[in-house]
Design a protein. Structure first.
Ligand code: URA
Length: 247
């Protein structure tokens, strides 16, 4: 819910002071009734606002990043009532959709927005938006195995695209590595590791395109800066170049 004054100014029509003036002058209606109180509450999902008789179409887009914890579903409602990412977004105030999904047991960077065009573009595999993950495998992986992840391997839904793969460290029993993929298939990283006969013990998404998770704490969210959103918006030709550079 937002005040009418905010709705009018956020629609890009003018400043908040101007909006107050227009509302006071009777130029704004809500559900066909002229409202002259700038503090009148409006729900842009339900209410029809008109300015000088024309529908107000432009809604304010919001873009945010959440550090999804392990154990939260990327879904709106779960029949089993398990925690969902929406439990962490109760103070957002507008309905937002996730830009892609993270598995229940995956943590890390999740983008959410009410701008469906933006979401579709980021998720569209044609745009090759890079997603970077940190992975802990359940055993030591050889250079040859990391090479198979890098070059692409066969999964049941087809071969994977070339990926950027870098060993981070080996502990006594486990390999930790970084992988950047430009697709977003279901459980893709887990399935790629399983194709090697290994299992992912820990998976964290740390970046989407140029946007890293930074200092955000687990379970917390913040709005994207306009410049961050602009940098995320992939251009078809640049996206292709970025993906060829991965190899
Ligand atoms: N790959 C996976 O296997 N899981 C995720 O959540 C994201 C990428």
């Amino acid at each position: 819910m937002k005040t009418l004054e905010r709705v009018i100014s956020k629609a890009g029509l003018g400043s908040r002071t101007e909006a107050r003036g227009w509302i006071g002058a009777g130029r704004v209606s809500v559900n066909k009734r002229v409202i002259q109180n700038p503090d009148h509450w409006v729900d842009m999902e339900l209410d029809k606002v008109h300015f000088d008789g024309k529908p107000l179409e432009k809604k304010e887009h919001i873009y945010l990043m959440l550090y999804k914890p392990k154990g939260y579903l990327t879904t709106y409602k779960d029949p089993e009532r398990r925690p969902t990412v929406y439990d962490l977004l109760q103070d957002v105030g507008t309905f937002v959709v996730p830009v892609g999904r993270l598995d229940l047991d995956t943590s890390g960077l999740l983008l959410l927005t009410n701008d469906t065009q933006f979401a579709e573009r980021i998720m569209n595999p044609e745009f090759h938006v890079a997603k970077r993950y940190l992975v802990k495998a359940n055993r030591l992986l050889t250079d040859e195995e990391l090479g198979r992840l890098r070059n692409g391997l066969e999964l049941e839904d087809g071969p994977t695209r070339p990926a950027f793969v870098k060993r981070a460290r080996d502990s006594e029993k486990y390999t930790h590595f970084e992988i950047t993929i430009t697709e977003g298939r279901n459980r893709q990283v887990r399935r790629m590791v399983e194709a090697l006969g290994s299992v992912v013990l820990k998976l964290v998404r740390v970046a989407i395109g140029p946007l890293g998770i930074g200092e955000l704490n687990v379970g917390k969210w913040r709005y994207l800066e306009p410049s961050e959103r602009a940098r995320l918006m992939p251009q078809r030709s640049l996206a292709r170049k970025a993906s060829t550079r991965l190899t």
